[in-house]
Design a protein around this ligand. Sequence first.
Ligand SMILES: [Zn+2]
Length: 132
Amino acid sequence: MTKTPEQRSRTMRAVKSVDTSPEMAVRSMAHRMGLRFRLYRKDLPGKPDLVFPRLHKVIFVHGCFWHGHDCLRARRPKTNVEYWSRKIARNHSRDVVNSAKLMKLGWMAGVIWECELKKPEIVRKRLARFLR
Ligand SMILES: [Zn+2]
């Protein structure tokens, strides 16, 4: 059966949202470590990916491209440079504002970058240290 473009893009979206996302990787890692968290609380600035209510700590899992991580500095798109850098800069400053807001509300925010997940052992250590 052939699919209409609409059906196809729905399928693509569904595929994208399964277990392979960096957010899911961190969540299942935290889960295996026996850390108890909530997925997110809509009332918190920036909608953190993992929320640890008792500790008053939250974790954001950031995609390196969209959030302007240094690891990709040399590999930014060569076309539409202005468009991309403006978009990425906007995301980046939103991140800064959100963690400042969280801090004001008494929450401590940590960030796990997508690229760090290539070394799960290091991420596990950082999680353990952050949540101590
Ligand atoms: Zn990165």
